[in-house]
Design a protein around this ligand. Sequence first.
Ligand SMILES: Cc1cc2nc3c(=O)[nH]c(=O)nc-3n(C[C@H](O)[C@H](O)[C@H](O)COP(=O)(O)OP(=O)(O)OC[C@H]3O[C@@H](n4cnc5c(N)ncnc54)[C@H](O)[C@@H]3O)c2cc1C
Length: 202
Amino acid sequence: MPDSGDQKRRIAIIGSGFSGLCLAIQLKKAGIESFTIFEKSDRLGGTWRDNTYPGAACDVPAFSYCFSFEQKTDWSRKWSPQAEIRDYMDHCARKHDIVRHIRFGTEITGARFDEREGVWHLRTAADEEITAEVLVSAVGQLNRPLLPNLLPDLKLAQSRDEPRPQKQADQERRETRIGRAERNVGENVQHLERFPEPVQRI
Ligand SMILES: Cc1cc2nc3c(=O)[nH]c(=O)nc-3n(C[C@H](O)[C@H](O)[C@H](O)COP(=O)(O)OP(=O)(O)OC[C@H]3O[C@@H](n4cnc5c(N)ncnc54)[C@H](O)[C@@H]3O)c2cc1C
């Protein structure tokens, strides 16, 4: 059991991807409850929440891409699909009672350590100040994609970093794909129209 000092220390974890989730579960296992995960999005999962492109899946065998303390043996495929990994993370969070420790929709925009007080002063995007004795950054390194400016009409590219409800994000992705499909069909039809006899025979 931790000493009472551990219980008093406020622990701020930034990010609810695999890293933040793993730390939270280990803290729980150590009997420490005084932690909060700050998550800018409205759902946990990090990489596996955000990347929903067709065919998104893990590039290592599924059995090795899960927590050692929470093995999953019924993956539908050897290379686990994105949604299944995200659901697995939801399951882990629920099973280990982590969800109530997560403050969703809270982006941390700054952190300053006050040596005199011995505390971190965190600042949120909503200009709230939060103090904590311990700060852990679990923000990942791939959650701010740098997309080339090749498709100016791809609104998703600009808005990717803004917190959006999952439903809206899904809708945007769908519309983007539909838009692309329409353009492709349009281009192909023009192309076919220009084809002479041989194509018409096909
Ligand atoms: C497209 C893609 C495919 C990948 N495929 C594989 C794979 O097949 N195999 C593999 O081993 N690895 C893969 N990775 C790497 C993957 O990112 C890591 O395996 C792992 O999921 C990273 O977890 P994480 O918790 O460190 O970061 P993330 O999953 O990025 O989680 C970080 C979390 O922090 C939140 N956050 C960030 N900044 C803030 C802030 N300022 N305030 C509040 N919240 C914040 C984010 O919203 C996010 O939820 C892939 C990554 C990408 C992008």
